[in-house]
Design a protein around this ligand. Sequence first.
Ligand code: GLA
Length: 404
Amino acid sequence: MKKILVFLTVMLMFSVKAQEKTLAPTPPMGFMTWNYFGVDFTENDIKTMADAMVANGLVDLGYNYMCIDDGWQGGRDNKNNIIADPKKFPSGVKALADYLHSKGIKLGMYSDAAPLTCAGYTASLGFEEQDAKTFASWGVDYLKYDYCGAPSDAETAKNRYKKMANALRKIGRDIVFAICEWGDRYPWEWASHSGGQLWRTTADVRDKWASYAPTNKDLHREGAGIFDIMNSNASLSGYAKKGAWNDPDMLVVGLYGKKGPSGDLGGKGCTDIEYQSQMSLWCLMAAPLMITCDIRTMNEPTRKILTNKDIIAIDQDKLGKQAKRVVYKDNWHVFLKPLANGDYAIGILNNADETRTYELKFGEIGLKGTYDIYNVWTKERESSLHFIKKQVKSHETLVFRISK
Ligand code: GLA
């Protein structure tokens, strides 16, 4: 009898577990306000950006979150409920959420595990349950939770994140929880246990290629470029899996040195080759894809980079593996990402200052035999090869999908 009871309990536990929903089964995609707007936006800006997401086909491609970053808050009311700035959101967040939802777009919001956010607005410490209820009542689907103004030790961070995650789970709405403490406390080791579906791994991205500062601490000071962030995030591939993602921060594609947060610390802008490289590297690394340029007025190269179905498919692949960096020498970086249907994605980045040729023999990276090769950017196909030999421009990342 006892044995049967134990057996039934275990079965029940398994079935409850099986029913548990994976909140971010693939890396979240969408638009985030920070780099383009800073704290300067209104509900109308959000709506017009959302309209452009629909009109440009981005929502159909999977970019289905509109994330409102810092600067939306208007303090607390006399019952301590957090409120949106009524000047920025005259119709209220609920009405905006309804608008977005009617277009197939989910709403992301932002808060911080301290009394004030990074930009000095009202945050959630001590109000976790109350704020979680408010967010749910508005129809929020994603919460980015920052760490400015909080103590530097990892224990406090783990506890504060867990507290908000628990509050979100308690209200029973599916709200993705995005941990943002910039990689300073090795969140890849604990963020999942603290209830996060993704966690920032580095200092804030700037609109530049690289500062080559050696540590994350230096990158905070000198500004982290696309290459710097890739270089840190690449070594964390073992921590990413379905529902738990390394977040190397937003896409700077299409910003071209715009003044604002990403324009600080040397963010003078990148070339289209470098922007395409960011998209390539982020997709190989199964990163969340948050666009931050002005979708309403984006130019053709930007549109092409952001809407390439084949590169997005690599990012969103159901297997949920982050590419491993399998070659890292002489300014060459080669990435290998296994895909759900047995194919592999391969990325080759040339980080030298001049165009060079690379020959990758598949045998060198543990792949046997020959493969059919599809270049996801040029759409060229080659069949039955046991190598890839290509010219790669400075800072360019070529991406191939190879299959048997
Ligand atoms: C921090 C985060 C950024 C952004 C700002 C907002 O710097 O890392 O991504 O959210 O705060 O103030």
